[in-house]
Write a protein that binds this ligand. Structure first.
Ligand code: FPP
Length: 246
């Protein structure tokens, strides 16, 4: 029994999975061990989200800035990612999950891209939860790439500046076709957005927990969802307007 209201689940849950390194360091372990344990938490959260009826789950797995980490850690993270996608593909197919990737894929090693392409292809017709991994992702970079593509369309005479509305702009972002996140969870006590989904998080509810990502339990995840369900989302309106139900 979860105590959660199935009719009030976030449609789109986004997560900044933080604290793997600190989890490991606190235990005198190598940082990569923290990432390995973090990958197990990813499996739990994917299972939970898909089982609870959340339609979109987006995970910040590797930021544009993470490339500046020690080479060894970057290599280990890429290896872990390959292993995770290979293992997870079977479960994604079984659970009808559609895989998706956002970020600057041109930066990723070609063998990672091949595995990603395979998972994208094999899950393309699935109709359940959409699992998006943000890889080599930065929100500002994404917005700049979208602006460049729009400028090109204008230069080619295919788009008028007056046609560039919020809805049109959204379609040039990596997240085109995904609804905006309703809830952002960040673990490990940091209270920042860190260049994640800058455009898309405009109206998201934010939830921060001190728990490091590898220590996140099912109960802790449910607590975050319960907190979300207790909030009133006003989107700039007053409470009275919301309660009119007109
Ligand atoms: C933040 O911890 C986490 C990352 C930079 C990578 C996230 C990766 C995983 C959860 C595992 C692999 C992912 C998948 C999808 C299999 P940190 O190293 O920044 O922690 P710290 O702030 O304590 O150093």
């Amino acid at each position: 029994m979860t105590g959660l209201d199935p009719t009030k689940m976030p449609r789109h849950l986004a997560i900044i999975m933080d604290g793997n390194g600190r989890w490991a360091e606190q235990r005198m372990l190598k940082r990569i061990v923290g990432h390995q344990r973090g990958a197990e938490t990813v499996q739990m959260v994917v299972d939970q989200a898909s089982g609870l009826g959340i339609s979109y789950l987006t995970l910040f797995a590797f930021s544009s800035e993470n490339w500046s980490r020690p080479k060894l850690e970057v290599r280990a993270l890429m290896a872990l990612l390959k292993k995770y996608i290979r293992n997870e593909l079977r479960r994604m197919l079984k659970n009808n999950i559609r895989f998706n990737v956002i970020g600057n894929r041109a930066d990723l090693p070609s063998e990672v891209n091949e595995i990603l392409d395979d998972a994208l292809r094999q899950t393309a017709s699935n109709t359940g939860m959409v699992l998006t991994l943000a890889l080599s992702y930065g929100g500002r970079q994404e917005i700049a790439r979208a602006a460049a593509r729009i400028a090109q369309q204008v230069q080619d005479g295919k788009l008028q500046p007056s046609q560039i509305t919020e809805a049109v702009f959204s379609q040039y972002l990596d997240t085109a076709g995904l609804p905006d996140p309703d809830l952002l969870i960040r673990t490990s006590g940091e209270m920042r957005i860190s260049n994640f989904l800058l455009w898309q998080l405009a109206y998201a509810e934010l939830y921060f927990t001190d728990i490091n990502w590898p220590d996140l339990t099912i109960n802790a995840l449910h607590a975050a969802l319960a907190d979300f369900q207790a909030r009133e989302r006003r989107f700039g309106k007053t409470s009275a307007q919301l309660n009119q139900r007109s």
